[in-house]
Design a binder for this molecule. Structure first.
Ligand code: ZN
Length: 269
């Protein structure tokens, strides 16, 4: 009988939390401070053509953004925030590719994620994204659940922060069935906390859910990369050994035992 093998998150965990905030506005300073104090990781989707502008909200300058988002992920949100389902394809390509180039020049790593500005997308846009180097994109629809997405280019979060955040957090904290991989994914805009005067909601949430040793606190792309790495593992047909061709470790549950498979090594199961 082959052993029962299941993917785990790093260190054998089965729960992950990720946060996703859009537009790169000044209120992100306060939000990042709350995340950092509680060991929570976020992904910030930025319009690099709008740095330092004052539209409806004050956007961060390039220098402020570079200093602020250290330890978190910066990802694309198009250059100038058009409703892309109404844009010509040529404009769409320009908006995404130039955003990538600007962000990569500033932040020094390959930008491979996105969220759709105004939540706007079509199946044609989704088909185009892999050709522009985009591996995931978040939508505004949510599931209310804690599953991994079926389609990374139509990534639905668990909830917007104004939709029963603490109820979801309590449900997530209580999940203990280790046969499942759970993900809690919260999205929003930090300026909404100013508008709604409810910063204490995010303070309360992060204090409650942060700093737990059974949760992997990850950026969006770290989750994508980890799950994709799993599909590259080379299991023997008898499932009695596995080779990990990735550079980093993957963790498996093998008949209930946690096994670390280090990058570039073969492990007996
Ligand atoms: Zn936006």
């Amino acid at each position: 009988m082959p052993k029962k093998i299941l993917l785990c998150y790093p260190e054998g965990k089965h729960k992950a939390l990720t946060m996703s905030y859009d537009d790169g506005v000044e209120a992100d300073v306060r939000l990042v401070d709350i995340f950092n104090r509680n060991g929570i990781k976020g992904t910030f989707h930025i319009n690099s053509g709008m740095f330092g502008t004052l539209g409806a909200r004050q956007r961060l300058t390039e220098e402020e953004a570079v200093a602020l988002y250290k330890g978190h992920e910066v990802s694309a949100h198009t250059l100038t925030h058009p409703t892309i389902a109404r844009s010509p394809r040529e404009q769409l390509i320009h908006e995404i590719f130039e955003d990538r180039k600007n962000l990569e020049r500033l932040f020094g790593y390959t930008v491979r994620g996105m969220s759709y500005p105004n939540g706007s997308y079509t199946s044609q846009i989704k088909d185009l994204l892999p050709h522009l180097g985009i591996e995931y994109s978040r939508v505004v629809e949510t599931t209310g659940g804690f599953g991994l997405p079926d389609d990374w280019l139509e990534w639905k979060g668990t909830c917007h922060h104004n939709r029963n955040l603490m109820q979801h957090a309590e449900a997530f904290a209580g999940l203990d069935k280790t046969q499942y991989l759970y993900l809690m994914y919260v999205w929003g805009h930090s300026y909404e906390f100013d508008n709604d005067n409810n910063w204490e909601l995010m303070e309360q949430f992060c204090e409650f859910i942060g700093g737990r040793n059974d949760i992997w606190y990850a950026t969006n792309i770290e989750i994508v990369d980890y799950v994709k790495s799993y599909s590259r593992l080379r299991f023997s047909a008898a499932q009695d050994f596995v080779y990990n061709p990735n550079a980093h470790s993957l963790w498996l549950s093998v008949d209930g035992d946690i096994v670390e498979v280090k990058g570039g090594t073969q492990v007996q199961l």
